[in-house]
Design a protein around this ligand. Sequence first.
Ligand code: SF4
Length: 455
Amino acid sequence: MSSDQPYEYRRRELVEPDWRRFPGWRTVTREEWESAQWQRAHCIKNARQLRAVLGDLVDERFYADLVDDQQRLATMSMLVPPQMLNTMVPDAPPSTDTFYADPVRRYMIPVASDRRTDWPSHPYATRDSLHEHDMWVAEGLTHRYPTKVLAELLSTCPQYCGHCTRMDLVGNSTPTVDKLRLTLKPVDRYDAMIAYLRTHPGVRDVVVSGGDVANVPWRQLESFLMRLLDIESVRDIRLATKALMGLPQHWLQPHVVEGLERVARTAARRGVNLAIHTHVNHVNSLTPLVARAAQTALEVGVRDVRNQGVLLRGVNATSADLLDLCFALQGEAGILPYYFYMCDMIPGAEHWRVAVWQAQQLQHDIMGYLPGYATPRIVCDVPFVGKRWVHMVSEYDRERGISYWTKNYRTSIEAADPDALTRTHPYYDPIDTLPESGQRWWAKQQAADAPRESA
Ligand code: SF4
């Protein structure tokens, strides 16, 4: 076959970047690096701590840009484990330019100059763009699909992503976003979730999430999972943890591995599919430690480890980036490439979002290289609808960037809505991706709305 293919596969073995290239970590030992406690204690939470690690490899203009973002624009507070910082500019000490250009930096350490100034947010962007809170049937328990629920056990993660779709709830408040708070004590929240599931046998699939389950003390998480496994109607359990990549050291701690094995054995005995879902957006984030954490979970009996990445401009929105990541996930780390979500319509995200037609093109371009079962689907999570494959759009106004979607089930807030299954629901492309005429249309709309809003 001709070697002139749009994408050329080359096997690349995973490498742990040398953390000693950063001035602040020159003396950090392997033992410290592989300790979950050391990683958690040395997370980067602000510009001052970042400067203490990078020193003057990166100049002051970057730190000022970061502080500006944190004070005026950020929807997420900053929290970057050393493991993740070490995957930025992995091959050399960073410079200001290479650090600015790094794909992992672009979503984990957003700076003000990354964001668009013409349309920083879409006019229809909202804090809880998927309306998960509206669909709570108990605190933290979202019942959106007929047979599945999302259990948000807590509202924290070991790492905070700048584009987090749960920016409404997850993480510390920022100057621009006062976060929703979980109010029940964890034990009462878990009891209420279990009670709901016991009385709703139609729900067979539970995504146990947050936040990130890596922040639930292991004993509490194990007890919750064992109670779930006691419910006859629960047949699938998926544990959501970006920390498998962001803090693999957590998932390699002996007490966690032993506990996971107990849960996996119980699940297998009861015929329940127990899986881990993680969130890796770029191939550089995959290191031998991440692969070891995934393989360990599989060895102790977790049935599958799958990746749900987010499609982000400037990070991974090319077919080569997606394929490089998927081949490394599938071939080197034992993680199944499963989904790429389009970045949701939250405030301040327009520089990350891609248009539906671009997502369709990417889906087209990645077909045929990976094994079929490991070829990820690119999905759009349409407000009030749920996940749709990007080619399932029913109508699409390309000029104004409005796609229309249908659905085949009622969410928990539509039980009495006679039109729920016939209505179409809109989703909006980033305005800067539209033709001139479409951009002008939105500018006029905004001008017309402005007096009404200020009235
Ligand atoms: S790990 Fe998930 S829940 Fe946590 S900040 Fe990132 S996207 Fe949000």
